[in-house]
Design a protein around this ligand. Structure first.
Ligand code: FAD
Ligand code: EPU
Length: 294
């Protein structure tokens, strides 16, 4: 069933939990680490032809994978991680680690990406989520991407042609392969110092070293989900091995042996209680695999 061209690169029933920062989730029916755009095109073509759901894995830092795993093909882009610099333009493959990209830019006096310091995961994942925080979001300095869209077509798209918003981007519906980022000129020592400062700030308020997927919920308009959860008295609440962090109310942490269904149940309890107390409907930021209809 798997075409010969990618058969020797495709694993079956491959465990995914260790590829996520939550350390939760069952196996992928099919799993592949493409090394080239050609590999990705062959794999997406195979999935389309067979009607197999396709999933793209970056750093697994915003994912809750079901305990039963996914009945589909997971593409882990970690081998596609080249970074090339052309003056202030940086062309980066989607599988590159975001922290590595920031360090590379800093060393070369390229400002912009440093505003994303401390955000785990890959460049592709950051683009799919429009990752960001108090200092920047990745779309601030995105110029264009090359991706395979949801119809299986290889395309180039300028930022202006992409739908995106707060923790939202239509790129999640396809496979981002490469991005061109437009940076500004900066002083190396200042960029490195600023990166360290932002990282330290995150570590001081977030349970950074624990197994989690970052903030479980998006912030409601003009509010902080973490503050709402804290004020509702939900810190420390747990279901199985999943617990609302004592350090930051919007982080659910895996204290050991948590299952996806523990996390989901805890998220439902938190959502209900915050609705009761604040009249606000929290929306998940974390992405569920298998995908659930919006
Ligand atoms: P994954 O978790 O692997 O995937 C997330 C989604 O992106 C999935 O839908 C996946 O299919 C899709 N995707 C991944 N790669 C591609 C691709 N190449 N093409 C198309 N779709 C793709 N987020 C913030 O925004 N700000 C923060 O400050 C922040 N802090 C965090 C702190 C901690 C400790 C942790 C654990 C997480 C934090 N996060 C934060 C969440 C997470 O790091 C970001 O959302 C990150 O950008 C996800 O990237 P990833 O590569 O890990 O994506
Ligand atoms: N707060 C509390 N108690 C808590 C949590 C927060 O009182 O348990 C208060 C804080 O003291 C602060 C306010 O709420 O006054 C906002 O908290 P914080 O500064 O931690 O920011 P946040 O809105 O909770 C957002 C992003 C984070 C990002 C930080 C810093 C979302 C959902 N979260 O958090 O992103 O790291 O800003 O830039 O937008 C993520 O998306 O996964 C994520 C971690």
């Amino acid at each position: 069933m798997i075409p010969r061209s990618i058969r020797n690169k495709t694993l079956q029933s491959h465990s995914l939990a260790s590829l996520t920062t939550f350390r939760i989730g069952g196996p992928a029916k099919f799993y592949m680490e493409p090394e080239s755009i050609r590999d990705v095109a062959l794999a997406t073509g195979f999935a389309r032809k067979q009607g197999i759901p396709l999933y793209v894995l970056g750093g697994g830092s915003n994912l809750l994978i079901d305990d039963a795993g996914v009945d589909g093909l997971v593409l882990n882009l970690k081998r596609m991680k080249a970074v090339r610099r052309f003056g202030l333009n940086v062309v980066v493959q989607a599988g590159a680690n975001l922290g590595m990209l920031i360090n590379d830019c800093n060393r070369n006096g390229l400002a912009g990406p440093h505003g994303l310091a401390g955000i785990p995961g890959s460049v592709g994942g950051a683009l799919a989520m429009n990752a960001g925080g108090s200092y920047a979001e990745i779309f601030d300095f995105l110029e264009s991407v090359i991706w395979i869209n949801s119809d299986g077509e290889l395309q180039s798209r300028y930022k202006e042609e992409i739908d995106f918003g707060y923790r939202l981007s239509e790129l999640r519906n396809g496979v981002v392969l490469e991005a061109t980022l437009k940076t500004e000129s900066g002083k190396v020592s200042e960029l490195i110092a600023e990166t360290r400062r932002i990282q330290a700030e995150k570590i001081s308020v977030q349970p950074y070293r624990k197994f989690s997927a970052g903030c479980a919920f998006k912030n409601p308009k003009d509010k902080s989900a973490g503050l709402c959860i804290d004020q509702a008295g939900l810190k420390g609440l747990s279901v199985g091995g999943a617990k609302v962090s004592m350090k930051h109310g919007n982080f659910i942490v895996n204290e050991g042996g948590a299952r996806a269904r523990d996390v989901r149940e805890l998220m439902e309890i938190v959502t209900d209680k915050v609705k009761q107390v604040h009249g606000v409907s929290l929306q998940p930021e974390v992405q569920f695999w298998p995908r659930v209809a919006a």
